[in-house]
Ligand binder design. Sequence first.
Ligand code: MF3
Ligand code: CO
Length: 249
Amino acid sequence: MGVVIKSPEEIAVMREAGRIVAKVLETLAGEVKPGVKTRDLDAVCVQELARYGAQSSFKNYHGYPAHVCTSVNDEVVHGIPGDRVLREGDIVTLDFGAKFRGFQGDAAITLGVGKISPEARKLIEVTEGALHAGIAAATQDVHLGEISAAVQSYVEANGFSVVREYTGHGIGREMHEDPQIPNFGERSEGPVLRKGMTLAIEPMVNACGWKTKVRDDQWTVVTSDGSLSAHFEHTIAVTNGRAEILTVV
Ligand code: MF3
Ligand code: CO
């Protein structure tokens, strides 16, 4: 398809979609506590999407059966909400996408459930820091590889590894547009970032090795070594020479 450049008017609509995504994630975060079933979080999404007059980006996407991904502990991405009960000490990633007036927003956060270990806390902080390092690198007229390299060096300097089999992506009318945005690589790689590009930057960070595998449900991605994994994502637009975060309240 090629990279789609958005007009200022289109970016204004994406700002609204992004704000809805951020609001819903804020509401979901308020629900995360020991004893909550991941299925209950999906129900909150249905209710909130209706309230904002938005559509789910995820439901039925390549057959995905829910409105949010809930990935717990060693689950990296695409965990399906169900009967699993969140326990004190777990970490859970909430990945949520919504479509509003034809445009998509996509974001993810990882949260601790009750009191978590210092190791888990550090993993979460480093992953969020890596996202912000990537966003800071997403300036106009540099190669996309600046984002990848910034994320990778931030994560590895902190002793963790970046997942290599899944990437960030362009986003707009479609949830997944060109280009792919790897979380590792060289600064000089990839297309040059131009004003009007809209991107979902999403580092997935494992406490130990970077390898992953997919569970028998064909969706849930887990770390191969069973170590913890965290994931943060924002949808951004390249405007006025720098990245503007669209998935904020
Ligand atoms: N936010 C994720 C992504 O960027 C999750 C989408 S997977 C889906 O790829 F199938 F649930 F839609
Ligand atoms: Co995404």
